[in-house]
Write a protein that binds this ligand. Sequence first.
Ligand SMILES: [Zn+2]
Ligand SMILES: [Zn+2]
Length: 290
Amino acid sequence: MSDATRQVGDVIGVRLTVLGSGSAGNATLLQGLARPVLIDVGLSYREVTRRLVSMGVSPDEIGAVVITHAHGDHTRGAALFSRKHGVPVYVTPSTRAVWNAPNVAGWGSLTCGEASDICGFRFTPFEVSHDAAAETLGFVIKTVDGAIGYATDVGVVTPSLRTRFRDCSLLVIESNHSTDLLEVGPYARATKARISGSRGHLSNESLAEFVREDLGRSVRCLVLAHLSRVNNVPEIAEMTCREALHASGREDVRIVVSRQDRVAETVDLGLWVVAPRHRLDSDRQAVLPF
Ligand SMILES: [Zn+2]
Ligand SMILES: [Zn+2]
């Protein structure tokens, strides 16, 4: 929602919605007090615009596209989206190089460890363990309503990820496969080794270990991302995570399971009611638990 379209009485806030996630395409909508941001456009252009419109968001409202890494399931519709709607694409220089510099409306540059202000959000990218040709990014995104940790393709939870995610309110994190289902599943041995390797994808069990041992006290919601359609079942991913939360006395933490074929539940970090003259800081009226 842009300033021009805000009206007194409108409810606004920082909200995150996974538009789609999995090996066939990833895209996440981040809405705040300025223009919305897309993290990855790995769905086709047609599909991502359809899902945005289903959320009541016009593609022309999007202020930036931020890319985690150059795998096709994260970039597929990004260049066309950028050109059609005049949206800058934020990447690291090395990801831009291996992506073969498609024609986009404009480039924004990301650097690991350095914060970038994008549409009112402070993105700090950091490298996660994954097998893209250039680095794969996770993010800590500081917002007016708390920080979001974001890492959808991670072979292993590194000390850096553990530390960076500790003080977040919301985590979007991979829960790719059940180790048992991967083992008995149809993939070739080499593919299984790649997926379960330290530069592949995070299992339900590895996520559960992270939840039991390292989940920060401030985390109030976990969004499970990048579930395999072949080697996972949403109910198993959710149950494994729920058992880990229970084991560590954190039943208060909400779980949202993202899907490949549909938009996931929206997570609101805080809701504000727009007051006269947009005095948002002093006229905050409601912070709702998410
Ligand atoms: Zn990837
Ligand atoms: Zn991926």
